[in-house]
Design a protein around this ligand. Structure first.
Ligand SMILES: NC(=O)c1ccc[n+]([C@@H]2O[C@H](COP(=O)([O-])OP(=O)(O)OC[C@H]3O[C@@H](n4cnc5c(N)ncnc54)[C@H](OP(=O)(O)O)[C@@H]3O)[C@@H](O)[C@H]2O)c1
Length: 221
């Protein structure tokens, strides 16, 4: 993907990896819109970093996603890059019934949130030759951590979701989009600046148009 001149929406942009990515991409000459639930953080980010814009968004709420897509289509019709970064990671105890809602929340935020965002924003991206959808997964998709079973599972599912869109035939049933990335960050305990790295090189394809998108190998991301 190109590294400058994009218009980028980053979910989970109020802290951690999302905020780090937002600041670096802003410095690199991209229009960046950060999204998250915490309005006070969004306000602070936009006032401390003129040029960055903000969108209140709860990816667990389909109505909030629909409002965000509508707002982005009006305010930022040039949007060409969606980073699905919002996520939660909490410990679970499979022997404790109180953990079931925790497990369900992971599916709602990490997996369904990303899928719903993708469906909601693809209409805005599909006519862009340089569109990218980047889904932030985790190494725990492949090497599961025992105390976060549902988190691991959601990241494995997201990897598969991204992979499907990378490898499906051009006229298959997969949704449109020019480039699909599975951004798998380095593990970190820091909530500071952290740029995702591309985890694998083989599966990413790009193309000059939606119709041809999977026929031509792209530069990756
Ligand atoms: N840190 C690591 O070592 C690591 C490793 C591998 C993968 N990851 C992945 O990287 C991503 C970011 O992780 P992080 O460590 O930077 O986490 P973080 O600092 O806790 O940030 C999480 C972000 O997600 C947002 N978020 C959570 N629930 C949301 C919801 N319902 N709707 C909208 N936004 C929501 C939060 O914003 P609001 O609270 O303002 O909504 C926040 O900006 C996650 O997908 C995580 O699974 C992290």
């Amino acid at each position: 993907m190109k590294m400058t001149g994009n218009t980028i929406l980053i979910t989970g942009g109020t802290s951690g990896i999302g905020l780090g990515l937002a600041l670096r991409l802003h410095e690199a000459g991209n229009k960046v819109i950060v999204a998250g639930r915490r309005k006070e953080l969004l306000d602070r980010i936009t006032s401390e970093h003129p040029g960055i814009e903000a969108l209140v968004l709860d990816v667990a709420d389909p109505a909030s996603i629909a409002r965000a897509a509508e707002s982005a289509a009006t305010s930022h019709p040039q949007l060409n890059l969606l980073v699905n970064n919002a996520g939660i990671m909490l410990p679970e105890n499979l022997l404790d019934p109180a953990s079931l809602p925790v497990a369900e929340d992971h599916v709602t935020v990490n997996l369904l949130g990303t899928i719903r965002m993708t469906y909601a924003f693809l209409p805005l991206l599909e006519d862009k030759s340089d569109a990218v959808v980047m889904n932030v997964t985790s190494a725990l998709a492949f090497v599961p951590l025992p105390i976060t079973p549902t988190y691991n599972a959601t990241k494995a599912a997201l990897h598969s979701f991204s992979e499907m869109n990378t490898k499906s035939p051009p006229h298959g049933s997969s949704p449109p989009g020019s480039t699909w990335c599975d951004g798998c960050p380095e593990p970190t305990s820091s909530r500071g600046v952290h740029i995702t790295r591309r985890e694998r090189r083989g599966g990413i394809r790009g193309s000059p148009s939606v119709r041809d998108r999977l026929a031509v190998p792209g530069p990756g991301c």
